[in-house]
Each structure stands twice: as C-alpha cells, then as structure tokens.
Design a protein around this ligand. Structure first.
Ligand code: SF4
Length: 93
C-alpha cells in the first residue's frame, strides 16, 4: 500500500493479514499514486477505477470496511462510497 492508514490497530485483524498476503504478489496501481489520497473527487474516481486492475481489490476492500478506514481510496471505493455503504448497512440492520 502506498500510504499509511489512519488507524493504528490494524495489524491483528484477519482482514489485514489477508490484505498483506494478497498484496505480496499483486500489481497495485496505487503504489506511488497520489490520486488515492487526493481530496479531489475527480482524482479519487480515477483512482477507484484503476483499482479494478488490482488483483488485491477484494482483500483491500474487506480490510477497508473491517477497520472502517475513512481516508483515501481503497478497494475501488472512495471515502464517499464507503460512507454511503456504511449508511446503507445501518439502514438495513
Ligand atoms: S485495490 Fe486499489 S487501493 Fe487496494 S491495493 Fe489495489 S490498487 Fe491499492
């Protein structure tokens, strides 16, 4: 991953371990990509689209939801996408 997470309690989760395993052999477009942490929505959309070419997408997305990561593009989802998803999940419960 090209950036630090905003959470510091990630190392013990299964999602984090799965993410690390998946990314050990993945070609990750986000490495050195400033779009993934940009505040510009257009750049975030571009980053999210590029995530579709990453073979760690599923694990990355699961990790982002598991730790409720609020910053940056992860697993093909922007911050707004994840926020919308969390809201929908709460509404469905
Ligand atoms: S899914 Fe996107 S953010 Fe996650 S590792 Fe792959 S390129 Fe990076």
């Amino acid at each position: 991953m090209s950036r630090e997470t905003t959470r510091d309690d990630t190392t013990e989760t299964a999602e984090w371990r799965n993410f690390l395993a998946a990314t050990s052999s993945a070609i990750m477009p986000c490495v050195n990509g400033p779009e993934w942490t940009s505040d510009d929505q257009q750049q975030q959309r571009r980053a999210a689209a590029l995530c579709n070419g990453c073979n760690a997408l599923r694990e990355c997305r699961a990790y982002a939801f598991a730790v409720q990561e609020r910053h940056g593009v992860l697993g093909g989802l922007t911050e707004a996408d994840r926020k919308r998803h969390r809201r929908q999940q709460r509404g469905a419960a």
